[in-house]
Design a protein around this ligand. Structure first.
Ligand code: 5AD
Ligand code: SF4
Length: 507
């Protein structure tokens, strides 16, 4: 009988990738995926600590599992990821039925820890060193990278994949837990990245999203005087046959160099899109956040993208209600949204996090009601901009990588309880080269192919259109097709960000 593992993932794309890798290594040990926690022998939560809400959800899920775990002492319950690294043995105090606590830098050890927990009946912990606990070299070494174990079947779609090029973060924004949970910034070697990209393309992957907390700070020192930066890497990745699209998230404003903007503009495989979080439109707030730039520097960077790559889409993140944010400083965030033509912005209410500078130094002095109102007001401003930008595409033809069933079709699939046939006429979704979401009438068989779509209508978030042409060759075999349809029904391919939901970009 095969052993079953259940995994639930919250947080950023890094976590989605980490879960893929953990499942990849467990499959090697003979595990297969369970649909529910109750039918699994091993239950894993890959967690996020960026906001309190994401952690609260995990603690309540653990509460719901308490009785089940007490009735089944042979099962293993594991907490992986940022919450494990941040809360460490506090997790065991709050939820003594947890058997395994493993930080994001130690995930390679999950199979061994599961066995140890089973054999000893005692909880197992695997954590990286704290940033101040040892020398930089030793702390770096305690964040182990084991990325090459890729498992295509764990991905929402077989033709798209994440590829980590950098781990950790050295920026230490005062509100953010990431530099302590994911450790020091380290760039992976271009050789490892290229070989992994080739492996992904061999598995049928057409689009790769490069991941890093501050991905544009990527810099690899070869030790012989040569250095590779992100634009060099993009040129080399562009040479891979069979790879059609390359994206990267998330960028840090001060590291947005001209060579990178030009690479995105000039390399035909590059998705014309920059996600560069501003976080606030007010210099005083940025200073307290320790973002290390002023608004005029951000504006200058935005203008350089406009000048050098006028077609490129730009999106941002904002935190509202950070300590000391007055009505006047908040209004400056509205102003920057109104003048920056962001395709979209991910907006978050400030959530104080233990272990960060802001938690120790500043009072969380903006009431929840005010945070909510500001969140809403900023969203209204952003939506007006988004609608305006989307309208530009009406009447034009765009090339779309078809991702899967549209949200409406997915809801219908859930309601009816069966998957549509590969040739059934259903609404599909995909993305353009400018990272815009397009919904159109098609059929599940199109998932993974490129289609030309004539845009007829739009909302602030989604373009609507009719298929003009589809590339003649179907790129997926029958097995991949079945997988794509299953995955499309389970996942939301173009999620609107919600707290604690998957796919929140990071930086
Ligand atoms: N509270 C609210 N939002 C936060 N983010 C990071 N830390 C916090 C926090 N403590 C946001 C930032 C980041 C995004 C992924 O999450 O906007 O870019
Ligand atoms: Fe690093 Fe981004 Fe967190 Fe700042 S917000 S510390 S850049 S991960």
């Amino acid at each position: 009988m095969t052993r079953k593992v259940y995994i639930e993932t919250v947080g950023c794309q890094m976590n989605v990738l980490d879960s893929e890798l953990v499942i990849g290594s467990l499959r090697k040990e003979g595990y297969s995926l369970a649909e529910t926690a109750f039918e699994a022998e091993v239950i894993l939560f890959n967690t996020c600590s960026v906001r309190a809400h994401a952690e609260d959800k995990i603690y309540s899920a653990l509460g719901r599992l308490r009785e089940h775990m007490n009735e089944h002492p042979e099962k293993v319950l594991g907490i992986l990821g940022c919450m494990a690294q941040k809360d460490q043995d506090k997790i065991l105090k709050r939820a003594p039925h947890v058997d395994l606590v493993c930080g994001p830098g130690q995930l390679e050890r999950v199979p061994e820890l599961i066995e140890a927990a089973k054999a000893s009946g005692r909880p197992q912990m695997a954590l990286s060193l704290g940033r101040k606990e040892a020398t930089r070299h030793d702390v770096e070494a305690s964040f182990i990278s084991y990325d090459p174990i890729r498992d295509a079947s764990m991905r929402p779609t077989p033709f798209q994949a994440y590829l980590r090029i950098q781990i950790g973060c050295d920026k230490f924004c005062t509100y953010c837990v990431v530099p302590s949970t994911r450790g020091p910034e380290q760039s992976r070697s271009p050789e490892h990245i290229l070989s992994e990209a080739n492996q992904l393309v061999d598995q049928g992957c057409r689009e790769i999203t490069l991941l890093g907390q501050t991905v544009n700070s990527y810099r690899f020192d070869h030790g012989d005087g040569r250095k590779t930066c992100l634009s060099d890497l993009l040129i080399r990745l562009s040479g891979i046959n069979g790879l059609d699209r390359i994206r990267f998230v998330t960028n840090y404003p001060l590291d947005m160099t001209n060579d990178l903007i030009d690479a995105v503009r000039d390399l035909p495989k590059m998705v014309k899109y920059f996600h560069v979080p501003a976080q606030s439109g007010c210099d005083e707030v940025l200073l307290r956040m320790k973002r290390q730039y002023t608004i005029s520097q951000y504006d200058e960077m935005r203008q350089r993208i406009r000048d050098r790559a006028p077609e490129a889409s730009v999106s941002s993140d904002f935190i509202v209600g950070f300590s000391g944010e007055t009505e006047e400083s908040f209004q400056k965030s509205v102003d920057i949204v109104n003048r920056s033509a962001f395709k979209n912005s991910y907006i978050f209410k400030y959530s104080p996090r233990e272990g960060t500078r802001a938690f120790d130094k500043y009072v969380d002095d903006v009431p929840e009601e005010v945070k909510k109102r500001r969140n809403n007001d900023l969203l209204v401003a952003q939506n007006q901009q988004s609608l305006f930008l989307h309208r530009h595409w009406i009447g034009k033809e765009v090339e779309v990588l078809v991702e899967g069933l549209s949200l409406t079709t997915q809801r219908e699939v859930k309601r009816l309880g069966f998957l549509p046939h590969a040739d059934s006429p259903v609404q599909m979704t995909g993305r353009t080269m400018h990272d815009l979401i397009v919904v159109f009438d098609g059929m599940p068989r199109l998932a993974g192919s490129m289609a030309k779509v004539h845009i007829t209508d739009t909302t602030a978030f989604t373009l609507f259109g009719q298929i003009a042409t589809v590339e003649n060759q179907t790129t997926l075999n029958e097995k991949q097709m079945a997988q794509a349809r299953h995955a499309a029904a389970r996942f939301n391919p173009s999620p609107t960000p919600k707290e604690g939901n998957i796919s929140l970009p990071m930086a």
